[in-house]
Design a protein around this ligand. Structure first.
Ligand SMILES: [Zn+2]
Length: 89
């Protein structure tokens, strides 16, 4: 006689959608203490469907991390998405 066993499998998947025209910069983030992907302020605003002032406000408050490269002041994409994960366009 065959015995049935129940098995529960939890699958965690992370899906990240970034605008296809966004340029990502791989840079060390002091806030994350890891190499992360960063975008410009304008691209960050596009990604979370808001204006640049909101992104500036979040970085000034420390919720979203800053990064610096020779060509631009950047925003940490990981912290940006964590803070704004409930937002949709
Ligand atoms: Zn970060």
């Amino acid at each position: 006689m065959k015995r049935l066993k129940k098995m529960f499998i939890a699958v965690e998947e992370q899906i990240r959608i970034v605008c296809p025209h966004s340029k990502l910069y791989a840079t060390w983030c002091r806030g994350c203490r890891a190499e992360t992907e960063m975008v410009t302020f304008a691209e960050a605003a596009d990604i979370i469907c808001t204006d640049v002032d909101k992104v500036v406000e979040q970085t000034a408050g420390g919720a979203v991390h800053l990064g610096v490269r020779r060509e631009a002041l950047l925003v940490c994409l990981k912290s940006l998405l964590q803070i704004n994960q409930a937002r949709s366009c």
